[in-house]
Design a protein around this ligand. Structure first.
Ligand code: NAD
Length: 351
């Protein structure tokens, strides 16, 4: 297995393998680019079938973080870590202490945070061994409430701002009263987004594979529950994917009727070419890595120590970035994803 000739290599600065026999840790840290600052990116734990699958994932994700931070105007680079293991069976204190040592060995070039399969508890364990970890301490959040370190509320707020900008751009509406929104996934981000949309007067249609999450939205927010496949074809204004990636594909595209797609999920487009198809159909797509940057901004501020007012304003600047993307896409006749990529490149080069 070669790294330098790997299809996802894309000029990574550093790729390091970490092993600890005692705890069973097998992990990879990839640092894609540190031009704008130390590489920040989550630590994912997943039962990868083999090392090659883990390498592919870490390279792809770490490159994405370079773009996400650049687009969010953060003084941070892009990196990511993966632990090969099943988060339901293989977690232990020793494993995350060893991971903390591994992160520490890079001397701050890479800063870790929670990702799929890890959470605040694992960040706290790693923080026993390294200070290069985000989201491990409680502090005042962007909204003045105490934050546990979980960046999801900041992500949800950024998506909420993004929905408003997208709706204004595509539908010419200045408020969300009566706006019809379909939300796929009511987890940490999806439910909080639903709550804010409801508060702003929107009507909600929701689906989650966990019945308990659907029930909560129905009971607390008056949302309408719909089936797994029905969520795509609803006659709504906005489709907000907040579950998993790859859900905009040839099949779902045929069903989709919403003129706006704006949600938190990473890698929403199953294939990059689908952006052109969305554009052809007049669907305004808010690029995922632009709209879901609230969490990374939150962790960036935890490290830089900026005030909560500055943090809130920075999350709200996601709206300005999206407005710029939408306007440029119209002017240049290009897709929103291609403009977002160009903008990230420009900010990276200027840095
Ligand atoms: P989460 O695990 O808390 O919630 C995901 C929810 O989606 C769960 O309730 C799950 O049951 C549901 N789900 C899974 N498959 C589904 C399906 N087929 N149909 C409907 N629901 C389904 O995760 P989260 O933290 O809320 O993140 C949601 C998405 O946003 C993920 O794609 C994540 O990568 C992305 N994201 C999250 C953050 C963050 O700060 N948490 C930041 C950036 C991006």
């Amino acid at each position: 297995m070669s790294v330098f000739s790997h299809v996802e290599f894309d000029q990574h600065e550093q790729v390091v393998y970490g092993h600890d026999a005692k705890s069973g840790l097998k992990a990879i840290i990839a640092i894609h680019n540190t031009r704008l600052g130390p590489a920040l990116g989550g630590c994912r734990m997943y039962p990868y079938a083999d090392d090659e699958q883990a390498l592919r994932d870490v390279l792809r994700l770490s490159r994405g973080m370079t773009y996400k931070s650049a687009l969010a105007n953060l003084p941070l680079g892009g990196g990511k870590a993966v632990i090969i293991g099943d988060p339901r069976k293989d977690k232990s204190e020793a494993l995350f202490q060893a991971m903390g040592d591994f992160v520490n060995s890079l001397g701050g070039r890479y800063i870790t945070a929670a990702d799929s399969g890890t959470g605040v508890a694992e960040m706290q364990t790693m923080a026993e061994r390294t200070r290069h970890v985000g989201g491990a301490v409680s502090r005042e959040g962007f909204d003045g409430r105490v934050s546990t370190g979980d960046p999801s509320p900041a992500t949800a707020y950024g998506v909420f701002i993004g929905v408003q900008v997208a709706v204004q751009h595509r539908l010419g509406r200045n408020d969300l009263k009566g706006l019809k929104v379909a939300i796929q996934g009511l987890g940490q981000v999806g439910f909080d987004l639903a709550r804010q949309l409801k508060q702003a007067g929107a009507e909600l249609w929701v689906h989650d594979i966990q019945e308990v999450n659907v029930r909560r939205a129905v009971e607390q927010l008056g949302a309408f529950a719909v089936g797994e496949q029905d969520i795509y074809g609803l006659d709504v204004d906005v489709f907000a994917p907040c579950a998993m990636g790859g859900i905009i594909n040839l099949q779902s595209l045929e069903a989709l009727r919403a003129p706006v797609i704006a949600g938190a999920a990473n890698n929403q487009l199953a294939d990059a070419q689908l952006a052109e198809e969305l554009q052809r159909r007049g669907v305004l797509y808010a690029p995922d890595y632009a709209i879901n940057a609230g969490g990374i901004i939150d962790i960036g501020y935890e490290r830089s120590g900026g005030s909560t007012a500055q943090l809130k304003a920075h999350i709200e600047s996601i709206g300005d970035t999206l407005r710029l993307i939408f306007q440029r896409a119209d002017r240049e006749g290009r897709t929103t994803t291609s403009i977002a990529d160009s903008l990230a490149h420009e900010r990276l080069a200027a840095g």
